[in-house]
Design a protein around this ligand. Structure first.
Ligand SMILES: [Zn+2]
Length: 131
């Protein structure tokens, strides 16, 4: 169980966030196809949620990454509504989504993802958050 669990963990913690945060960039309408963009947003949402829920449940129990991610997803939907301003909104959406994944990753490292002993003993980006 140990090896398979850590492989699943590596996928959840490292691979999925990379995929999830790069997808919205492919969603830019080069071919001006909004159903394709919408599909990319849903895919980024599904993949990102998997990674963040894994991090939350298995590592840190901190809701801040999910909060950041949700904000980024709202921005992506806003981009679809105000489509003529998408190039203004998209960078912010991607930054917030990447920030959420990074925060999740760092919190997971603190909690000792993949290892038994935590490498960093304390890390808090937002000291107000509980637990
Ligand atoms: Zn993990």
């Amino acid at each position: 169980m140990g090896i398979s669990a850590s492989v699943a963990c590596a996928v959840h913690c490292a691979v999925l966030p990379l995929l999830g945060s790069s997808l919205p960039i492919f969603g830019i309408s080069i071919i001006n196809n909004s159903s394709f963009e919408f599909f990319m947003i849903l895919l980024a949402f599904a993949i990102g949620s998997l990674a963040l829920i894994h991090g939350y449940r298995k590592h840190h129990r901190n809701l801040m990454p999910i909060f950041l991610f949700s904000a980024g997803m709202l921005l992506l939907f806003a981009k679809q509504i105000w489509h003529e301003r998408q190039f203004l909104i998209l960078p912010f959406a991607v930054i917030v989504i990447v920030a959420g994944h990074l925060h999740n990753f760092r919190l997971s490292r603190v909690a000792g993802a993949g290892t038994k002993k935590p490498k960093i003993t304390s890390y808090k980006l937002f000291p107000i958050s509980k637990t």
